[in-house]
Structure formats: C-alpha cells, structure tokens
Design a protein around this ligand. Structure first.
Ligand code: D5M
Ligand code: FE
Ligand code: ZN
Length: 560
C-alpha cells in the first residue's frame, strides 16, 4: 500500500470516529466525497451536524446531499459528473445495449464509478475502527443510494404542492441541461416579452431571431388537446404558459406518448400572422443510451413482489415451493441457488384491509396486523445469508401516498428484528455488487396504461419505459395515484438505474430500455374477482432471478 493510501485511510478513520462520537453515522458515498475536501473536514462536518440539529432532522446519517449543500468540492463538481456521463454514452455507441451476455468483454473497459478503489480504502479504515454496522454492509457489498424514507417530511396543502412541482421542474431542468440544445432554452415569459405575437421588439431580439423566430422552451405538460388534424400541447415553465401546435404525424405520435405533468422541451416557430406556435421538434428528458454496470463475480438476485398475504388468493403453496427451493438443493438449479445473495421484494407484502370496497370478502385474515405476523413468519424462512430489501406497496401498512415510508416499525416489530431484512421506502435505490436497482412498487403504472394509447396490462414493461423516458416515477398528477405534498419531488429519476424493478400489475414482464433492465416481477396472488372484471390476467407464482454479472434474467416457475 502506498503512503498516500495510508494517509487517506487515516483520514477516513478520523472522520468516521469523529462522526460516530457525535452520535451520527456517515454514508460511504458521503465519506468518499468529504475526503476530497483538502483540509477542513471537521469544520464541514460540525456545520452539517449543527444544521441537522437546527432543522430537527430525524435522520442520523450524513449523506452526500448534506455535503454538497455545504461546500463546493474540488474535483467533484457538475462538470466532473458530466464526464462520467459522457464516458458511458460514448462506450455505448460501440456495442449493443440489449442484454449484455454476448458483449461482455466490451464491458471491461468501463470504469464503474461505484467500484473504484476508494471503496477498498473505506472498508479498510472501517474495519480498523471495528464499526460492526459498516463492516456488515461493506462485506455484503451493498449500499443504499437513496431511501425516500429518510427524507419524507410531508408539508401541508397547496403550499406543499407548489414546492413539489417547483422541485420537479428544477430537477428536470437539471437533467435537461445535460443536452447540448438545452442551452437555447428561454423562459416563456421572456419569449413572450421578446416576441409579442403581433409586434417584434427589435431592441431586445437579434436580427436572426426576428427573421427566423424559432425558440426553445421547456416546461411541464399542462394539457394535450387532440383536434381534427392537429395536436395542441400546453406547457408551464413557472414563468408562464405556452401552447404550440403540430399537424405532423410523427410529432403527434410523440405527443400522444407524453404523460401530462412530465417535463418536455419544445422547439417551435412563431407565426405571428396566424397567431400560432408551430412545433418543429419535441424532446422528453429520457435516459442516455448506456451500458449497465455488472458485478465482478457471478452473483444472483431474486426479484419478487405482490405476495398479498392475508388474501384468499395468496398462493401460499406456490410461495412455500419457492421458499423450499431457496433453502434446498434442487439439482437443476443448484448453480443458481448457491449464488443467490439478494432478494428484492417490491411491495404488497400483505393484502391489508379497506384498500378497496368490499375487500373483506376476499380476505382470509381480516386483520392487517395478523396478516403482517403471517408475512413475517414467511419471510423468516428465507435463508439468513440472503439479504432481503423490502419496500411497501399500496396494500401495505403505513402511508398510502407516494413517496411511501418504509413499513413502520410500530406495526412490524418482529420484521425489524430479522437481521437479514432491510425495510426501505417506496421508491428507493440500492446498489448491490455495483448494480444500481431502482425499486418502485408501480402504482402509477395504472394511470400510464389508462392514458397512453397502445399500452396494456399484459405488457407492464412498456409502461415502465414511459417512466424512464419521462425521468419520473409518477409523471401524471391527479389521477389514481396519490402523491403527497412533499417539498422535494422524490419521484424524479435523477440517477439512471441499471435495473428498474416494479410490481403492482401482477404480470411478469422483462425488457430493456437504453441499457436499463426493466423487470415487473408479477405476483403470488391468483386472479381476484376485480381483476377478472378489469380483464387483468395475472401471471403469478413466478420469481425472476438476475445474474448480476451480465444482467441476464431467468424466470423460475413455482406453479407445481
Ligand atoms: O393491484 C393489482 C392490479 O389490479 C393493478 O394493476 C391495479 C388493479 N386493481 C386492483 N384493484 C383495483 C381497484 N379496486 N380499482 C382499480 N384497479 C385495481 P393491487 O395493488 O395489487 O391491488
Ligand atoms: Fe399488488
Ligand atoms: Zn399494488
């Protein structure tokens, strides 16, 4: 080990000890970041802790956002983040972005931001400090990138929604700013001032702009209006509203795929005679084409969701088959079982009560706490060396509105005593073995399937693509998906995942989009009378296993 590395380990140890001595913890990512500040770590940490105390924050963890809010860190500014982004894009151009099995060797060149040597350094210093919690986490090689549970702090009323949408707009604008053409984006208010629809203000507009009045505006979609031959779209960018029109078939199709309230960038030409703004181009945020991360060794994660324990339709026998399989040594799948280290459960663990009218007719257990006991009993049969990540769905205990906090401890004491289970909020992002998994139960998929032509319950991964394209997990506001008036919009997909895992729809579907693997992990509940009337045909009793070394998915069927 070099002298530099030793120094660095020393510093990291000191930072950890200092933070712990103050009764706090520090997220490994935050540790990496703070180490980049040359000399004033302790001052920065003191200030962050003081600020946390002032704000009466519940979380006792220092995270990267805390540090970014406080200092300008050398070598870790936006430009640097963009470089990583660029690197990923350019690598992607040379290889396929579908499932990587056949192009594996090409992946070796890509430096994984999460896997750089700094992690070894942290591990070393943490071990030296014998901080059991961290050792446990690092040995298992997982990190929680973000957990909405830590940030939930619902504000009330209209005030809350105003700041929620402002936050959505600002985060979306930050994502847009990675595009070259976004430099031309002008505020709607300014465009209106410059070009007053009827007369041009030649003092404030360049000659070129006056002769060729093409502008770009970016805002959240307010309204989409299909006329006979044309399609009107209205956007809001916090400074004003702008309506633009198109007769072009391709653009019309593009508009039909946009969700109301998602961010969009419109290039349009002003025709003052006709008093019309004609759309020339339309861009949604989307995700860049990229090559996903992969684990160094062959490790598997199981993805499941929607058990609905307590429902008459919970397929307990099939789920027991699954548990036996996990615990046993089935000869055909021995190779996989021995390599399973993680299980992600994407919500609707129990069926709950009062979730929809007359639900009690469909319940075997009519008390959600006893359903939860039953569920804990079942989860305790998962082998203890497998790490379980559990998020809530719309049937679970706790708040219903998104983002949802983790299943509250007060309803599930025993769940919290199972050491291999980590309960997280919905949505959340974890990093296991270098793979970023965005877990989201999928409540908004109902709204997306209902409002975007061509989508159906039989192919939920198609609807999941809309989430990635709009860079938002619940783009449409005001339909069936309840959204809480949080100050910050935590549903914006700021960081592009390697895997997007959802459930809710009860139909297994696997696909990929620009390098991200999309998994809807089905259910363990057979068709309910309601689903029958809706024409939803679930595909229950199947688990998805992902080989994290190449993101290859496998369906494992436990129906007999
Ligand atoms: O939802 C399972 C699927 O069935 C999901 O796509 C919604 C749909 N569903 C279920 N119950 C209802 C009601 N009452 N109204 C509309 N749509 C429904 P899950 O969350 O598992 O119940
Ligand atoms: Fe469900
Ligand atoms: Zn659900």
């Amino acid at each position: 080990m070099t002298a530099g590395k030793n120094n660095s380990n020393n510093n990291l140890s000191k930072i950890i000890s200092f933070v712990i001595s103050k009764g706090f913890q520090i997220h490994p990512d935050a540790l990496t970041l703070i180490e980049k500040i040359q000399d004033n770590y302790f001052q920065v940490i003191e200030e962050i802790l003081l600020d946390k105390k002032k704000k009466k924050e519940k979380s006792m963890v220092i995270r990267t956002e805390d540090i970014k809010n406080f200092v300008k860190i050398p070598n870790y500014n936006k430009a640097n983040e963009n470089n990583n982004y660029q690197l990923i894009i350019s690598e992607t151009k040379t290889s396929s972005s579908s499932f990587p099995s056949s192009t594996m060797t090409k992946y070796d060149n890509i430096k994984n931001k999460e896997n750089e040597t700094i992690e070894d350094e942290i591990l070393f210093s943490i071990k030296k400090n014998s901080l059991n919690k961290y050792i446990e986490k690092m040995d298992e090689n997982f990190k929680i990138i973000y957990d909405t549970n830590d940030k939930i702090n619902s504000s009330e009323g209209i005030e809350g929604y105003t700041s929620l949408f402002r936050s959505r707009y600002e985060k979306s604008l930050r994502i847009l700013s990675l595009r070259q053409d976004s430099k031309r984006v002008k505020k709607i208010e300014i465009i209106k001032q410059l070009f007053n629809q009827s007369k041009i203000n030649y003092n404030s507009i360049s000659k070129e702009e006056a002769n060729n009045p093409v502008f770009i505006a970016a805002g959240l979609v307010m309204e989409k209006d299909i006329k006979n031959n044309n399609y009107d779209i209205t956007i809001d960018d916090q400074t004003g509203l702008l309506t633009a029109t198109t007769y072009d078939e391709e653009l019309k199709k593009q508009i039909s795929m946009l969700a109301v309230d998602q961010m969009v960038m419109i290039e349009f030409e002003i025709n003052s005679k006709k008093r019309k703004n004609t759309i020339k181009n339309l861009f949604s945020l989307d995700v860049p084409d990229r090559i996903p991360n992969r684990s160094k060794s062959e490790i598997f994660s199981i993805l499941i969701s929607d058990l609905h324990i307590g429902s008459k339709f919970f397929m307990e026998k099939e789920f027991q088959n699954f548990l036996e399989w996990l615990n046993g040594n089935d000869r055909d799948s021995k190779d996989i079982i021995s390599k399973i280290k993680y299980i992600c459960i994407c919500g609707d663990l129990i069926d709950g009560i009062g979730i929809f009218p007359n639900q009690d007719r469909e319940l075997l257990e009519k008390d959600s706490l006893s359903q939860m006991d039953h569920a804990i009993n079942i989860l305790s049969k998962i082998p203890k060396h497998m790490k379980v990540f559990l998020i809530p769905g719309n049937h679970d205990l706790g708040r219903r509105a998104l983002p949802q906090p983790a299943i509250p401890k007060k309803y599930a004491e025993k769940l919290y005593s199972l050491n291999n289970i980590t309960t997280l909020g919905n949505p959340c992002m974890i990093n296991i073995e270098g793979i970023k998994i965005l877990m989201f139960h999928g409540q908004s998929l109902d709204d997306i399937i209902a409002s975007i032509p061509g989508l159906s319950y039989s192919k939920p991964a198609e609807a999941m693509k809309i989430l990635l394209r709009s860079r938002h997990l619940s783009p449409i506001y005001g339909q069936r998906t309840p959204i809480a008036p949080e100050k910050e919009d935590m549903m914006v997909i700021e960081e592009v995942p390697d895997i997007l895992h959802s459930g809710h729809v009860h139909v297994i579907d696997v696909d990929s989009y620009k390098g991200t693997l999309l998994v809807n992990s089905g259910a363990w509940q057979s068709q309910t009378p309601f689903q029958q009337t809706m024409g939803i045909t679930p595909t229950p009793g199947i688990a998805i296993a992902i080989n994290l070394s190449n993101l290859k998915p496998f369906k494992i069927d436990f129906n007999n």
